[in-house]
Design a protein around this ligand. Structure first.
Ligand code: 6R9
Length: 608
């Protein structure tokens, strides 16, 4: 039995007992999707051809991300086109044309030059979504430094670890964040030579051992020539978390811009007249690849909204700014769903053409809900820090099976693989079989290493495949379906959290013997960080101690990373209270199964 429900562009086909399929009606109104026919575009695609859509540095001096994002438009017909519109917390706006952005990023490149910062040096940013962040990122790329964003909700410990691992030479941050989070760890960062501070409330900052960002900018020249940049020169450093050990710094090179540009065009369907809004935090890779680079290389207007999520404010912004393409994330979409469709319908969102989502599995209900709320479905897409750009997507012209991540981009070969006993991998060709999602290396934004950890990088590749660490299935039509992570890494409100980082901070506390950290399923945030703690001999569990540990973790790790829940494990004489393998690894999988009352699975390696 088939029931169809029509919206202007989409047809919702219900087949009894199945999720609806959202059919694209292919009447394109005024904008024809770049990827209008998946098979045709995929067959005709090559990265060499994609590369030709970029300009390259004048005089054949190579390829530089900032030139493609800013200067080539500032030198051309789009010089007076609005590149960035910033909306501050108090509602004030600042507009930057491509020409103005060129001038400001030239100034910042000159600031680095005058400070004697060499090419390849790491320039970190720790800010919210403020104009200085965009100037820092693009100015650093012009100067051929390596840009590394940090998440401003991190506490001092995750910040220290990331600044130390990447040997940060320069940090751009605000006076308030510096005082709260960096001043106390600065002594532990011998490589950090220059700190540039953005004063609060537009006032210059006078903190000893730092420079004022705006003063340095004013004194710098607005003319700058980008030096020769090789495609393989490092450009970006993005930290991500693994199950064990320190955070991993994924390195991306200038060539990545070919993928940023192409995926912006094919997966987000960016057209020159678009007003694009990416809601990601600048501390995570989406904030750079799609919050900064892809919209600018595509020459669109990119909206930068400083304030965090607020459903009604977001709808108002979509309406008032006439946003056409919107890139958001499941946690935010689930929060909007809580408020229902009525608040959405109060606004005129007729400009909206394309909605996309990334970062976590997007519930099928959320796809269907967005069709009711916005008249358009959210298009889920999949990628990760290591891939640098979107790899699998629901494209504008494609039928959507809600719950699926979509199909691989042109130029991307994906597969579901399984490990063999000989330590190699085997491609699973049968549809609907679960295995690890793997990608054939060679796309431009593939990470080129983990900073200073060649061994960890090498381990990601087996038999010519990059193993993503995600479990997935592929159906007979070539759509990919996310199953879960193959490791213990936690996704909470879209943020990847490594359990080891949290366990280490808990164990700093004098009362704690051991800690095991898991992601506990949550209807809004996907997972919440939950810690199981065993106490040292003679220490009694109490509500006061629980609160103290929560507070300790929060002040060291920051709000996103710190556990929201702590449970004490009973301490048994002579026995470790956390389940462990014989080789001493905490079996987080088992902690999670017990938390959820699920079968414990294979416990043959369990020690106690
Ligand atoms: C861009 C980004 C990567 C991990 C990834 C996977 C999860 C991302 C997803 C998704 C289900 C999607 N993930 N997109 N899971 N459906 N559409 O998020 O990068 O922070 O490195 O996280 O996020 O587990 O491996 P990153």
């Amino acid at each position: 039995m088939v029931r169809a429900l029509h919206s202007a562009r989409f047809e919702r086909v219900h087949i009894m007992g199945w999720r609806p399929i959202i059919k694209s009606r292919r009447d394109w109104e005024d904008v024809v999707p770049h990827l209008h026919d998946y098979a045709d575009v995929r067959a005709a695609f090559s990265w060499e051809k994609a590369f030709k859509e970029l300009d390259g540095l004048p005089g054949g001096r190579g390829l530089n991300i900032a030139h493609e994002a800013v200067d080539r438009h500032a030198d051309g017909l789009r010089r007076d086109h609005l590149a960035l519109r910033w909306i501050g917390k108090t509602g004030e706006t600042q507009d930057f044309t491509y020409a103005r952005l060129r001038e400001l990023t030239n100034r910042f490149a000159n600031v680095l030059q005058q400070l004697g910062v060499g090419t390849g040096n790491r320039v970190y940013a720790l800010t919210g979504r403020i104009p200085a962040l965009y100037v820092t990122a693009l100015g650093t790329l012009k100067h051929r430094g390596v840009f590394c964003p940090l998440f401003s909700a991190f506490g001092p410990e995750p910040l220290r670890a990331r600044l130390a691992i990447g040997e940060a030479g320069v940090l751009v941050t605000t006076e308030a964040l510096y005082q709260r989070k960096v001043a106390g760890i600065r002594d532990a960062l011998p490589h950090l030579r220059h700190v540039l501070l953005i004063g609060d409330n537009h006032r210059p900052s006078h903190v000893p051992g730092t420079l004022d960002f705006h003063l340095a900018m004013e004194q710098a020249s607005d003319r700058y020539t980008i030096g020769p940049t090789a495609q393989e020169d490092p450009a970006l450093l993005h930290f991500t978390s693994g199950t064990t050990g320190t955070p991993k710094g994924a390195i991306h090179v200038h060539q990545a811009v070919v993928a940023h540009h192409t995926t912006g065009k094919l997966a987000l369907d960016l057209h020159k007249a678009d007003v694009f809004w990416c809601t990601a935090d600048p501390g995570w890779i989406t904030g750079t690849s799609y919050g900064i680079i892809a919209p600018l290389t595509n020459g669109v207007t990119s909206l930068v909204v400083e304030e965090e999520f607020d459903a009604e404010r977001w709808y108002r912004i979509l309406q008032d700014e006439r946003v056409t393409v919107w890139y958001s994330a499941p946690t935010a979409i689930r929060m909007m769903m809580k408020g229902g469709v009525a608040p959405v319908h109060k606004y005129n969102l007729s400009a909206l053409r394309f909605l996309a989502s990334v970062g976590e599995p997007l519930n099928p209900e959320a796809v269907v809900w967005s069709l009711d709320a916005f008249g358009r479905p959210f298009h889920d897409n999949w990628w990760q820090t290591e891939t640098g750009g979107i790899m699998i997507a629901n494209f504008a012209a494609m039928d959507i099976q809600p719950g699926s991540m979509g199909r691989p981009l042109p130029g991307i070969e994906a597969a579901i693989v399984r490990n063999t006993e000989e330590g190699s991998v085997e491609v699973i060709t049968d549809p609907d079989m679960q295995g690890e999602l793997a990608l054939r290396p060679g796309w431009p934004s593939m990470f080129r290493g983990y900073w200073n950890e060649p061994e960890r990088y090498r381990k990601c590749f087996v038999d010519g495949w990059y193993l993503t660490g995600d479990l997935a299935k592929r159906d007979k039509d070539g759509y990919y379906w996310f199953v879960g992570r193959a490791d213990d890494v936690i996704k909470t409100s879209g943020h990847l959290v490594g359990p080891f980082e949290v366990e280490s901070v808990l164990m700093e506390h004098q009362a704690v013997a051991e800690a095991g950290v898991i992601g506990k399923p949550d209807p809004i945030a996907l997972e919440l960080v939950k810690a199981f703690v065993s106490l040292k001999d003679g220490v009694e569990p109490s509500e006061a101690l629980r609160r103290e540990l929560l507070g300790h973790a929060r002040s060291r790790l920051g709000a996103v990373v710190a556990p929201k829940e702590i449970a004490f494990l009973p301490s048994l004489p002579f026995l470790p209270s956390l389940p462990k393998t014989r080789s001493g690894k905490i079996m987080r999988r088992l902690l999670k199964a017990r938390e959820l009352g699920l079968p414990e699975g294979d416990t043959s390696t369990l020690e106690n």
